[in-house]
Design a binder for this molecule. Structure first.
Ligand code: OXT
Ligand code: ADP
Ligand code: MG
Length: 569
């Protein structure tokens, strides 16, 4: 029976699974259904961890953050048309954030789709995905599955990382071929993200510019955190003595409490620096495009380290572009700096430190209040001390006020521990990121969520309970988007814009699935409940009751709301 013809055949299902395993992909995030239900079952049987979600966008976000945390593409698996579209938002978001991810979707039959004859879940998925991700491929023959996956992996992780779409029509899975030919068709991707070494002349130019600075600044972005060159980045910062400003997800790459951290002197350093070295950070809206009021009047010179050559001069002139991977670039800079690099100008360092201490001192008393209902600072003061005591925990954060104030208040101590709304400022990453982070790292996760933000992915609390993940969700419940105090301008009882059901008890949602729910009305209660959750590792949701009047419109980016000179009617 061992030589049964059956034993010598393989099929599309098994080739996909074998190709994933051959390339070290051990986890799939997705939602099952036609035509990929059996693929998930067989993958699990073959030892792949299959995490099944309630909505594909959340599965996609989990895959995306897995990619960010591991430098391996996170894989999301979806059904045709609607499932694919749900996952596509996460794929586009991953691409925008430079996270490596592969969205694998089943699709309907080409012959029917292309003649638009109305197949089950008909959609030309490849065409739709293409403009929204870094690369998109379709495999029609089982013998090409190995090459298809190899191309997807390389496209996701090499150069600037991003999202890749892989289209697998239903018929592919049941195609059979000889098992030995199938095995030979698979490709193990060697050196998927090759080092990209910067030119020595570019390194020299960058150091010449840095040396000429009177008021130098280093800005660390999430590309620097992604690169996992933590030790050499720290050495570069310390050897240069230059103040550094971490972008949101780069917080903790060096501790926020590091003596050179200028996070609490942001306005000052942006305005007054004369040379700015960007490491894995783009001059996009989050940095006011490198110009305008927040950058002050004095002329600036930029040094930019990035793997993407086209990023240079995207917003302003870059005096010293250094193109390559951050690990190689920083190593080359360190080597050329030699052993007697001059200290950063003391008067500048002193000015930055004074501003930082002033801002920290100003904030300190606000974090100690024990008001009820809580304000943001009181509640965040409690959470800040929890992360200080548990620096290995991963912090997920979304909302408007809940995001912007937590970013400033909660110090981070280790790299890649802060995961948030990223480049798009997108709501809905919360539960997907929390689940992906818990699965990939095994570390406890604290998700600090605006009540609106949570609503975008809230059903995944069931997923958290089902897999018994060490996730503690804290909902800053201020009865709405930004604030819970809007009224209906016509006088009616329904508020169209930003107010939710008042006094909602989100904690009951967690209890519905067997997790722990807590209603917290003071910072002390909040702290106790979070500590208990982190100690137990049990799925927990804490409804933190926040004063509905405490927030401000759009948090710290209210200036982006369009304003008309005409009076509001
Ligand atoms: O130097 P100065 O003096 O300026 O001071 C700065 C720092 O130096 C200082 N600082 C400190 N002081 C003391 N100690 C410490 N440790 C310290 N650290 C810093 O503090 C200030 C501020 O520092 P910061 O924060 O670093 O600097 P700043 O100026 O804020 O930086 C500028 C930015 C742009 C870099 C920063 O603001 C930033 O990163 N912003 C990101 C904003 C963002 O992405 N927001 C999310 C989107 S908002 C909106 O779009 C929302 N929607 C619409 C929507 C979205 N987004 N998505 C989808 C799919 N659909 C719809 C919705 C629905 S938000 C939202 C829901 C909101 O409601 P929720 O209920 O969820 O939330 P609540 O608001 O809580 O109700
Ligand atoms: P932030 O939002 O934190 O400012 P961005 O997402 O704007 O960060 O920028 C990240 C940048 O890092 C992107 O331009 C991307 O090309 C770059 N990048 C990502 N990974 C690497 C790497 N390994 N080496 C060099 N640059 C990288
Ligand atoms: Mg809110």
């Amino acid at each position: 029976e061992a030589s049964d013809a059956h034993d010598e055949l393989t099929d599309g299902f098994h080739l996909v699974i074998d190709a994933l395993k051959l390339n070290g992909i051990t986890t799939i995030y997705g939602v099952p259904g036609i035509p990929i239900t059996d693929l998930g079952r067989m993958a699990q049987a073959a030892g792949i961890r299959v995490i099944s979600f309630r909505h594909e966008q959340n599965a996609g976000n989990a895959a995306a953050i897995a990619g960010y945390l591991t430098k391996q593409p996170g894989v999301c698996l979806t059904v045709s048309a609607p499932g694919f579209l749900n996952g596509l938002t996460a794929l586009a978001n991953a691409t925008t954030n430079c996270f490596p991810m592969i969205l694998i979707s089943g699709s309907s039959e080409r012959e029917i789709v292309d003649l638009q004859q109305g197949d089950y879940e008909e959609m030309d998925q490849l065409a739709i995905a293409k403009p929204l991700c870094k690369a998109a491929f379709r495999v029609l023959h089982a013998a090409d599955i190995g090459i298809g996956l190899a191309r997807a992996i390389r496209a996701a992780v090499s150069g600037r990382p991003g999202g890749v779409y892989l289209d697998l029509p239903a018929k592919l899975f049941s195609q059979v071929m000889k098992a030995d030919a199938g095995a030979k068709s698979l490709v193990r991707v060697i050196d998927a993200a090759p080092a990209q070494i910067p030119a020595p002349s570019a390194v020299k130019r960058a150091l010449d510019v840095l040396k000429s600075a009177k008021r130098p600044l280093i800005i660390l972005g999430k590309g620097a955190a992604y690169a996992q060159a933590d030790d050499s980045i720290r050495t570069l910062v310390e050897k240069s003595g230059v103040p550094f400003l971490p972008m949101s997800m780069a917080k903790g790459l060096l501790p926020d409490t590091h003596p050179q951290c200028a996070g609490a002197a942001r306005s000052t350093v942006l305005k007054d620096a004369d040379v700015v070295m960007l490491i894995g950070a783009r001059l996009n809206w989050l940095l006011s495009h490198g110009k305008g009021k927040s950058w002050g009047e004095a002329p600036k010179k930029f040094i930019q380290i990035d793997i993407e050559p086209k990023e240079m001069d995207s917003n302003v002139e870059i005096a010293a572009p250094v193109v390559g991977d951050i690990g190689s670039c920083v190593a080359a800079l360190l080597e050329s700096m030699g052993s007697n690099w001059p200290a950063a100008p003391a008067d500048w360092v002193g000015t930055v430190n004074a501003k930082r201490e002033e801002n920290i001192a100003k904030m300190a008393p606000r974090l100690m209040n024990n008001k009820s209902p809580m304000d943001y600072h009181g509640a965040l003061g409690a959470l800040r001390s929890i992360i200080k005591e548990r620096p290995d925990a991963i912090l997920v954060n979304e909302g408007a006020n809940t995001l912007d104030l937590a970013r400033g208040v909660i110090d981070m101590y280790k790299p890649r521990k802060r995961l948030d709304v990223g480049t798009w400022g997108v709501m809905g990453i919360g539960m997907g990121f929390a689940i992906g982070a818990a699965i990939e790292t095994g570390k406890p996760v604290l998700a600090v969520e605006g009540d609106s933000a949570f609503g975008f992915s809230g059903m995944e609390v069931e997923t958290i309970c089902r897999y018994n993940l060490p996730v503690c969700v804290v909902i800053f419940n201020n009865d709405g988007i930004y604030r819970g105090t809007d009224v209906n301008p016509t006088g009616g009882p329904d508020v169209a814009t930003t107010v939710f059901v008042k006094g909602s008890r989100y904690d009951k949602m967690m209890e519905a699935f067997g997790g722990t729910g807590v209603n917290a009305t003071t910072p002390d209660e909040l702290k106790r409940a979070v500590n208990a959750a982190m100690d137990s590792g049990k799925p927990t949701l804490i409804n933190a009751v926040i004063d509905p009047a405490a927030g401000s419109e759009s948090g710290r980016i209210g200036n982006l709301n369009p304003q008309s000179v005409l009076k509001k009617k």
